[in-house]
Design a protein around this ligand. Structure first.
Ligand SMILES: Cc1cc2nc3c(=O)[nH]c(=O)nc-3n(C[C@H](O)[C@H](O)[C@H](O)COP(=O)(O)OP(=O)(O)OC[C@H]3O[C@@H](n4cnc5c(N)ncnc54)[C@H](O)[C@@H]3O)c2cc1C
Length: 423
């Protein structure tokens, strides 16, 4: 009898990359991938960007079309896994089928967090998590509507920029008094806000939504503590909840803040089950608490690690987190993680549209933020891995050659650099 092989639950970014990596590592057994959606695995980052505005929808496939047949991956679309039996090593599908596995990989991603007063499925209310969601919003934007975006996070602001390019009138409602204040230094938030306002967006910051009422003609009235406004379309972008119910119900360990708890090798609390991507919370070396990351890089990296670990090899240890977002014509990249109490130093001037910040504690770089300066951030990446104090005065000087500075800081952190670098 052929062995059941590996069952991958979920058919998104992490699932596809993991299946491919399993074959690359030489795994010859059966791979079955179960996906709730009707599409093959696709890249989600363009959903809030090019898919909303480009004349033609970009290609989104995570794997080339022929990879499925070549890799002999049994992709089952519209297949919802509803239960996992750890003792019998079985996955049950919504249609009653039961699939046995030797090993299971959970790659179920997450769902957009919802607002009770603007539920998904209500006419003119949008959540952007899937390709079908993005196509629906794109169609709505064709009529150049008044759009109210609830949430001034990365996703909400990307959608704001896209909607503005599509000719919509955009209002962003954000509870915090500045956008992205948990992720960016205050100067970067201010720069983004000013750019959005110049592009025509209305930003209602420090504003709490109190309710949404549909008017008889299809428009909506949004009540906030600062007054009412009307919109033709509402986009809710208030965060993500990890899809960890399957794991939770099966008895796998879940992190306190949500997400399937995995170690650095993407192992769960059951030796036959691994997990990767947005559905996880990972215990990373050097971090006291498990970290939940919702990023393309993390999905790819964990997928490769999980694939290696499932085959008994050791995958790479988690890299310093990296994230990018495109805000209109600006590219923002981040390295490391923001944390309360970091001090930021800057190189460049936001007015020029090219800036790099280092967020540090005691001169140890912990969080890098680059606006249109991704290559510079890449050049200093090793310093975030090294976690040693660096000479920040030199970093800030325009005349300093950043690559040479990073090389010098790598070789000899400041305690041993004598004298300091010259400009
Ligand atoms: C609009 C948008 C823009 C983004 N932009 C960026 C960006 O600019 N930069 C960046 O770094 N990241 C970005 N991201 C995040 C990035 O796309 C995600 O981190 C990545 O897709 C996570 O991959 P994943 O495989 O873990 O989850 P997903 O890609 O969400 O895939 C999970 C899949 O599993 C399926 N599934 C769930 N439960 C079940 C079940 N029980 N049975 C079967 N199937 C199931 C889901 O339907 C889904 O198709 C963006 C995400 C979105 C939505």
């Amino acid at each position: 009898m052929t062995s059941p092989g590996i069952v991958i639950v979920g058919a998104g970014q992490a699932a596809a990359v993991a299946a491919h990596a399993l074959r690359e590592h030489g795994y010859r057994g059966r791979i079955t991938m179960l996906g709730r959606e009707r599409h093959r695995p696709y890249e989600r980052p363009p959903l809030s960007k090019a898919v909303l505005v480009a004349a033609e929808e970009p290609r989104l496939d995570v794997l080339a079309q022929d990879a499925w047949a070549l890799g002999d991956i049994d992709l089952r679309s519209c297949s919802d896994a509803v239960a996992l039996d750890l003792s019998k090593r079985q996955v049950r599908l919504a249609d009653g089928q039961v699939l046995p596995y030797d090993m299971c990989l959970i790659a179920t991603g997450g769902e957009a967090s919802t607002l009770a007063c603007a539920p998904a499925g209500r006419p003119h209310v949008h959540y952007v998590r899937t390709l079908d969601d993005a196509r629906r919003l794109r169609a709505a934007l064709q009529g150049k509507p008044r759009v109210a975006i609830l949430g001034g996070g990365f996703l909400g602001l990307e959608i704001a920029s896209s909607a503005l390019s599509a000719g919509a009138a955009v209002t962003v409602i954000e509870r915090a008094t500045s956008v992205l204040d948990r992720f960016l230094p205050p100067e970067a938030s201010a720069w983004l806000e000013s750019g959005l306002r110049q592009a025509g967006a209305r930003l209602l910051l420090g504003t709490a939504l109190e309710g949404v009422n549909a008017l008889p003609d299809g428009r909506m009235r949004l009540s906030t503590h600062a007054g009412d406004l009307e919109a033709d379309e509402i986009v809710v972008a208030i965060g993500l909840s990890p899809n960890d119910a399957l794991a939770r119900d099966a008895g796998l360990q879940i992190a306190a803040g949500g997400g399937v708890l995995v170690d650095a090798q993407c192992r769960t609390s059951d030796e036959h089950v691994f997990a990767c991507g947005d559905c996880t919370s990972q215990q990373r070396p050097g971090h006291a608490a498990p970290t939940r990351l919702e990023s393309w890089q993390n999905a790819n990296e964990q997928a490769r690690t999980a694939a290696a670990a499932m085959l008994g090899a050791t995958g790479p240890t988690p890299a310093v987190p990296w994230f990018w977002t495109d805000q209109g014509r600006h590219n923002i990249q981040m390295l490391g993680l923001p944390a309360p109490g970091l001090d930021y130093v800057r190189r460049g001037d936001p007015a020029t549209g090219k800036v790099l910040w280092i967020g540090h504690r005691g001169a140890v770089p912990l969080h890098g933020v680059a606006i249109n300066a991704g290559a510079d951030l890449r050049a200093i990446r090793p310093l975030f891995e090294q976690r040693q104090p660096v000479l920040l005065d030199e970093f800030q000087r325009d005349a300093t050659d950043l690559r040479a500075w990073a090389r010098q800081m790598r070789g000899s952190p400041p305690s041993t650099v004598q004298p300091p670098l010259r400009a």
